[in-house]
Structures are given as structure tokens and as C-alpha cells.
Write a protein that binds this ligand. Structure first.
Ligand SMILES: Cc1ncc(COP(=O)(O)O)c(C=O)c1O
Length: 358
């Protein structure tokens, strides 16, 4: 298949924004090309950062950093202002508003649909199986020649499970569409990443974020890996200097703390299993789903059949300043709450409170 056959014509023909730094990459020259403040910056605490200059539009050092720390080839990397920005850019690259379609197996992360709606791109929502796995037949039934993207999330938010790799690969083989696998929570799973398959499938895109395991939601940084052709298209449409210098700096510091990130992940997984065991012992709880992520999906029992228990618990927790996420209105998730794994103290407080409420 030819990736370029899937791209919007205006994107193929687009003359991307150019700057003098596309030609002259030197950081130490006399830079009088971008109307910056050559005198300096008013931000003076980390002077070596040169915040008076625009950041590197080619993400060169970010790509180099990730290649060396996470062993992903730099030419297969693109960074966004959170993975949310990359979701939006992928839709803008591949989908003609009012014409093309995006297929979303649900229940899943809500931003895929929101980003499509913003771009005036129609979505087709299909259901995951009862085990929250890809239902290949439903996808085949709902796929059309205008389906440009299929969004998958593994481990899936809010169900917490990894998707079967073989099903994802089947989709890559079978459909002439971009298959996006969002691995925002992959650090909390033992295995199951599709990143190694990028070299085998030109239509596969894997999304990652620093917002979860790395604890960097505040710096807004995500990345994707895909074949070079897709990466170049993303560079073509992104805002020239999308990743700011403070974010880049924070990442550089944080990547040196790989061991700390691994400690956090181990702690969160341990707490996740502790909380799961505790919640499972409560008679008012029907199911605590297995999770490969940093949250638990909890289904409440409904002796009355009215399925109002999850919302009642949510409200009572909120009265005590404990905020969890109601997922009851998503398909297949009646009477379900999604609870993020906190630190030990927060989890203890949640457990004590929920025990009393139920
Ligand atoms: C599955 C999934 N993807 C992406 C994101 C957003 O990530 P970022 O903070 O990198 O935009 C979230 C945030 O909750 C998420 O759950």
C-alpha cells in the first residue's frame, strides 16, 4: 500500500512553514533571523537555556535523547504537545473533513472522538468484545473505503487491559488505513508493546506519553513512532516550534532519573494489586477488572437493578474530597467507576472511605 494515497491532497501539496533555521542550524552564530531578543531573556534562573531563542523546530536533540535512552531510532520519532496534539495532527494529515471516517472501538479514551469532531471528521464507533478485545468481525462490517484511521488503545483507557497483539497486526495487514495504537499506559504492563512492529507495518503508528509513568503531565510532552514517511508528514503540519525549551529541559533532567521512574512504576503496580484485592473483598462490588495500567475499573453490584450505585459512591467520595471518574455512561460500562492508583496514603484513605460508604 502507498501511504501517500491516504493523505489529504492539501497536505500533500502543502508548502510547510519554513524558517532560516531549516538551512542554518548553528546555535552559536549571530542569530538575527527570527526577531528574537538578542539581549537575553527575562527568565534568568537557568540562563544556559537561552529562552530568548525559539526552540529547535526539527526536534533534533529530543529525538537523539530518546534514541539513546529508549532505543527508538530517531528518524522514527515525532514529538507533540502531549500525545493529544499528535492525535489531532494525525487526523488532520489523513482525514478530509466531511468525507473521510475514523473507526473507534469503544469503550475507550474520549479524545479520539473529540479530536475527530473538532476536525469535522465522521467517526464510526464499534464495540470491543465483552473481554474488551478487538472484535475483528465488527470492524470488517463497519469498515468503508473512506475509513482512513482506526484508533486503538493498549492498555485501554478506561478498561485497563492490553489488546491482543495478533489482532492489531491483523488489522495492519487487512486494512489500507492508518492503525494508531495509543500506548499511554504501556509502562504499567509487563509486555505487549507494538513498537517493534513499526518496521514491519508502514501504516502502524504507536503513541506514547510522558504524562503517566514518567510523572510529567505538567510539561505536556508525548511522542509517536512510525515509518519515516508518516513522521515527515507530521513535521510538515506541526506548528514550527511546538515543543518549548522548558519542556525539553525538563525531559533531559527526567530521563536521567530512569531508575526513579521504574521505582514509581513498581510502586504503582504493587498498590494497584493491593487495592484490587481490597476492593474485590467488598460485597457491593461486582468486578474489579484486571489492569495493566495505573488505574482500576470497578463495576458495582446493583441489587435493585437500577445501576445507580457507582454514581452514588462517586458523589459520596466527592463529599470527602476524593475524586474518581464516572464511566457509567460509556458502552459496556454500566455502573462503573475508574479509580486512578494514588500513593499509599491516598489509597489507604480511598479504601477506608469506600469501605464505610458501601
Ligand atoms: C489513552 C490516553 N492517551 C493519551 C492521553 C493524553 O496524553 P497526553 O497528556 O500526552 O496528552 C491520555 C490521558 O489521559 C490517555 O488516557
Amino acid at each position: 500500500m502507498e501511504i501517500k494515497d491516504l493523505v489529504r491532497k492539501n497536505i500533500l501539496n502543502l508548502k510547510p512553514y519554513t524558517s532560516a533555521r531549516d538551512i542554518y542550524e548553528g546555535e552559536n552564530g549571530i542569530l538575527l533571523d527570527a526577531n528574537e531578543n538578542s539581549w537575553g531573556s527575562t527568565f534568568t534562573s537557568i540562563e544556559s537555556l537561552s529562552l530568548n531563542r525559539y526552540p529547535d523546530p526539527h526536534q533534533k536533540d529530543l529525538r537523539q535523547l530518546i534514541e539513546s535512552v529508549l532505543s527508538i531510532p530517531k528518524e522514527n520519532l515525532f514529538f507533540g504537545v502531549g500525545s493529544d496534539e499528535i492525535i489531532d495532527l494525525l487526523i488532520r494529515v489523513f482525514c478530509n473533513p466531511g468525507k473521510d471516517k475514523v473507526l473507534i472501538p469503544e469503550p475507550t479514551y474520549g479524545m479520539y472522538k473529540v479530536a475527530c469532531d473538532i476536525n469535522d471528521v465522521e467517526t464510526t464507533e464499534v464495540l470491543l468484545t465483552d473481554k474488551f478485545q478487538i472484535d475483528l468481525n465488527t470492524i470488517r462490517e463497519n469498515y468503508t473505503s473512506n475509513t482512513k484511521i482506526i484508533f486503538l488503545c493498549s492498555p485501554n483507557n478506561p478498561t485497563g487491559n492490553l489488546l491482543n497483539k495478533q489482532d492489531v497486526i491483523q488489522l495492519c495487514n487487512e486494512f489500507k488505513s492508518i492503525i494508531i495504537v495509543d500506548e499511554a499506559y504501556i509502562d504499567f504492563a509487563n509486555d505487549g508493546s507494538l513498537i517493534d512492529e513499526i518496521k514491519n507495518y508502514p501504516n502502524l503508528v504507536v503513541l506514547r506519553t510522558f504524562s503517566k509513568a514518567w510523572g510529567l503531565a505538567g510539561i505536556r510532552l508525548g511522542y509517536c513512532t512510525a515509518n519515516v514517511e508518516i513522521i515527515n508528514l507530521l513535521f510538515k503540519v506541526k506548528a514550527p516550534y511546538n515543543i518549548n525549551s522548558l519542556t525539553r529541559y525538563a525531559l533531559e533532567i527526567s530521563l536521567k532519573n530512569l531508575k526513579l521512574k521504574e521505582k514509581y512504576v513498581r510502586g504503582i503496580i504493587k498498590e494497584r494489586e493491593r487495592l484490587k484485592n481490597q476492593l474485590e473483598s467488598l460485597p457491593g462490588i461486582e468486578t474489579v477488572y484486571n489492569s495493566d495500567a495505573n488505574f482500576l475499573l470497578v463495576k458495582f453490584a446493583s441489587p435493585s437493578g437500577k445501576n445507580e450505585e457507582a454514581r452514588a459512591v462517586l458523589a459520596k467520595l466527592a463529599e470527602r474530597n476524593i475524586i474518581v471518574r464516572d464511566r457509567s455512561s460509556q458502552p459496556k460500562l454500566q455502573n462503573c467507576l475508574r479509580i486512578s492508583i494514588g500513593n499509599e496514603e491516598e489509597n489507604d484513605l480511598l479504601w477506608d472511605t469506600i469501605k464505610k460508604i458501601i
